[in-house]
Design a protein around this ligand. Structure first.
Ligand SMILES: CCCCCC/C=C/CC(=O)SCCNC(=O)CCNC(=O)[C@H](O)C(C)(C)COP(=O)(O)OP(=O)(O)OC[C@H]1O[C@@H](n2cnc3c(N)ncnc32)[C@H](O)[C@@H]1OP(=O)(O)O
Length: 715
């Protein structure tokens, strides 16, 4: 798991051998212990280089080991031994040096890196902190503010950025290991005193207490209840205020509280789930590993409203040629202007340079005749989309993939308008499309495996987490959102205020509660959908529609012109149209009182437990229905959709993982309880899959797929 060879006469070359990322498994750690001992005691070895096999230095601790019993030598003494060695040790960083991988490099006396290598301490995104000395060595090397930024965000740096910050000593575009060996030969005999980071003083800001107080406030605010970022700050504070050995003790104590936490389990589940969803499969038997994506270089985007603009930017940033079509000249010009600005801002933020002339604008649909894939992003109007798909099917090349960005309309129906329904899939982006990481790829029963594979691959090229899902109204994300949003409105009818509902959800970890989110996206959006479904009865207050409970509150607000932030009034009051500062609205309070009185509803006190249970369990219950119907292949798919598309707190793992943490029997029992109280709300009726899982002993979430696939009686 680690090999020692002697190269260039006197350099001991230690290679980590654990593909694909040379994670520090027990065997690798033992390998490092053995090879370092041999290299240090071999009189013919004058200096040492540590590298990783296959162009990757080290992806950090082996995350797969975290769930079980940890055995093998611990990292901290290994790294201390390396640092204390009396022969120079040089890290040769290629590919990645992340987490424990970077901590290993920090224990070495010198670091040489490939310019494109990725370096970072991403432990915080796994619910942990860099507990093999990372929180103590990095601040000593680059100063407290820069170390705090890297450790609390977990962001990756390129080799070139790492050089600027002083994390590495040299960057090369040549063979990194050869450069490191050459360097190792050149430093034999030099003093190592100043190279042992643990012995360096920690460069600190002037008023250290005030500094950490400010940092802690900012970190807590953006953590939304995640505990790891807070522990990271505490650990770095220890580096700034304590000697190294005591700082290390503090690091270990903080790590101990994080390591066994539910949040760490949830975040590590997210890490693996993100990879699971890329290995998609569909009920027709098509799969990621047997379906080859079609090469795509040129994409057409039709409709340059908010979504079309964002999609155009995302495609261009991924290096694709884009033909952007908007039928009205004036709207096209406005879109062109907006896209240029978005591209410039995003490129600046990401530190990438723009490639010119990637986007061609046109008012003619024929402009997309030679593209390999079209993404339609026109209004959510089935008649308009039908017409467009018919036209595209005639004018595009016979093998062009036709994709729709619809958020809820029937993909099969759109496919049926074309000559080649197998080439039609949904590509459902989330606003703003160049920022949000989620892409729902929607397949129908006739979609070709290659069409799904191509859309998934295109999403990946755009840096998205692509999740393949089946076709149904609202697909996965919006279908589950309906009961969640409806429950929130029912709670307000029953006595809660929008503030009470939002506070409970925000304390749970959502960046915004239902009502603040609705005000941001516009109440008219849901109004339009409800109208299309025949649910809206203007001026009417009836609370039963289409045979089930309905809340007309949202419709009544829209009828008053209260569309949310854009009109300065919605569920909240804003200083002016477009302002973001939500204030409780006394008008809304009296409106609700009057509404309840007219409905004969007696307002009652609703606590945050009820808010969370009714909103979240209704959402989760719909998730179980979706799994049962095979619309999502597994709970990981749903969880990644909610984490990346709907702001579900990542440290809760996603709704299905959260349900597994709460306990499926508990979720079932509470749903049964609420269903008894509200028999007119169908989405509180427990899903039969939930019942089946509970009667199977509530297995671990990783086993749900087996149970879902098992034949069962519907009784
Ligand atoms: C109580 C004391 C305990 C002490 C514990 C000490 C703590 C140490 C802290 C750590 O080091 S935690 C780990 C920190 N490292 C990371 O977070 C890196 C995670 N990996 C990545 O970001 C990426 O994988 C990569 C390294 C940048 C490579 O990306 P790429 O896109 O090239 O490949 P992937 O598809 O992501 O990964 C390929 C394959 O490898 C698996 N994998 C990656 N990293 C790890 C890892 N650290 N441990 C175990 N497995 C890892 C990944 O799951 C993929 O597997 P698959 O089966 O092919 O899907």
């Amino acid at each position: 798991m680690a090999a020692l060879t002697r190269v260039s006469g006197s350099v001991g070359l230690i290679s980590l051998l654990n593909p694909p990322v040379n994670a520090l498994s027990a065997a690798v750690r033992q390998g490092i212990v053995d090879t370092v001992r041999r290299a240090v005691s071999d009189p013919q070895v004058k200096s040492v280089v540590i590298c990783g096999q296959n162009g990757v230095f080290c992806g950090g601790a082996d995350i797969k080991e975290f769930g079980g019993h940890m055995s093998g030598p611990p990292l901290v003494p290994i790294f201390n031994t390396i640092e204390a060695a009396d022969k120079p040790v040089v890290a040769a960083i290629e590919g990645s040096a992340l987490g424990g991988g970077l901590e290993l490099a920090l224990a070495c006396h010198y670091r040489i890196t490939q310019s494109k290598a990725r370096l970072g301490l991403p432990e915080v995104s796994l619910g942990l902190l860099p507990a093999a000395g990372g929180t103590q060595r990095l601040p000593r090397l680059i100063g407290v503010p820069a170390a705090l930024d890297l450790i609390t965000t977990g962001r990756h740096l390129t080799g070139a950025e790492a050089l600027k910050l002083g994390i590495v000593d040299q960057v090369t575009d040549q063979n990194t290991v050869e450069a490191a060996v050459k360097f190792a030969l050149s430093i034999v005999g030099q003093s190592l005193e100043s190279r042992r980071i643990s012995t360096l003083p920690c460069p600190c800001p002037a008023d250290i207490d005030a500094f950490f107080e400010g940092v802690m406030q900012r970190v807590k605010k953006s953590a939304h209840g995640a505990i790891a970022p807070v522990a990271c700050v505490q650990a770095v504070q220890a580096a700034a205020t304590l000697p190294f050995t005591q700082g290390m003790q503090r690091e270990q104590e903080l790590m101990a509280t994080l390591f066994g936490s539910g949040q760490a389990r949830a975040l590590q589940y997210c890490f693996f789930s993100q990879r699971v969803v890329s290995k998609w499969s569909s009920p027709s038997g098509s799969r990621w590993d047997t379906s080859k994506p079609k090469p795509v270089t040129k994409v057409g985007v039709i409709g340059l409203g908010t979504m079309g603009r964002g999609i155009t930017v995302a495609l261009a940033l991924a290096g694709l040629s884009v033909v952007a079509v908007e039928t009205q000249q004036q709207q096209m010009m406005a879109a062109q202007h907006a896209v240029s600005g978005m591209l410039e801002r995003t490129a600046r933020r990401r530190g990438v340079s723009l490639v010119g002339d990637q986007i061609r604008y046109s008012v003619e649909l024929e402009a997309v005749a030679d593209v390999e894939l079209v993404i339609e992003a026109v209004f959510e109007d089935m008649a308009l989309k039908e017409k467009l798909f018919k036209q595209l099917s005639t004018l595009c090349k016979a093998d062009t993939l036709l994709c729709s960005n619809t958020s809820s309309l029937d993909i099969d129906h759109l496919a049926s308008q074309t000559h080649s329904p197998q080439l039609v899939v949904g590509m459902h982006f989330f606003a703003p499309a160049h920022v949000m990481k989620l892409l729902e790829v929607v397949y129908g029963p006739r979609s070709a495996p290659q069409a799904v594979a191509t859309a998934m691959e295109l999403g990946k090229r755009m840096g998205k987490v692509s999740v393949a899902v089946g076709n149904c109204s609202g697909f996965v994300g919006n279908r589950m959102l309906m009961p969640y949003v409806e429950e929130a409105s029912f709670l307000v009818e029953e006595g809660a205020s929008p503030e009470i509902v939002d506070r409970a959800l925000e304390e749970f970890g959502f960046p915004m509660g239902v009502f603040r989110m609705s005000d941001l996206s516009g109440l008219d959006v849901g109004w339009k959908v409800r109208k299309a479904r025949g649910l809206v009865e203007p001026g009417q207050m009836s609370r039963v529609r289409q045979g089930r409970r309905y809340s007309p509150l949202g419709d009544l607000l829209c009828e008053q012109g209260r569309f949310g932030q854009k009109t300065g009034r919605g569920w909240y009051l804003y200083d002016s149209a477009g302002s973001r500062e939500a204030q409780p609205d006394p008008w809304l309070q009296s409106f609700l009182e009057e509404y309840r009185a007219r409905q004969g509803l007696v307002s009652r006190r609703i606590d945050s437990q009820e808010v969370l249970e009714r909103c979240l369990y209704a959402l989760i219950n719909e998730g179980f229905n979706i799994l049962q119907e095979g619309i999502a292949a597994g709970p990981e798919d749903i969880d990644m959709i909610y984490v990346f598309g709907y702001g579900f707190p990542r440290h809760r793992g996603g709704p299905m993982f959260y349900a597994s943490q709460v306990g499926l029997a508990q979720v079932l029992q509470r749903l049964e309880h609420y269903q008894q109280l509200h028999p007119d709300i169908p989405h509180l009726r427990p899903s039969s899959l939930l019942r089946r899982l509970v009667s199977s002993g509530s297995p671990r979430i990783q086993r749900w797929r087996e149970i879902i696939r098992m034949p069962h009686s519907s009784l």
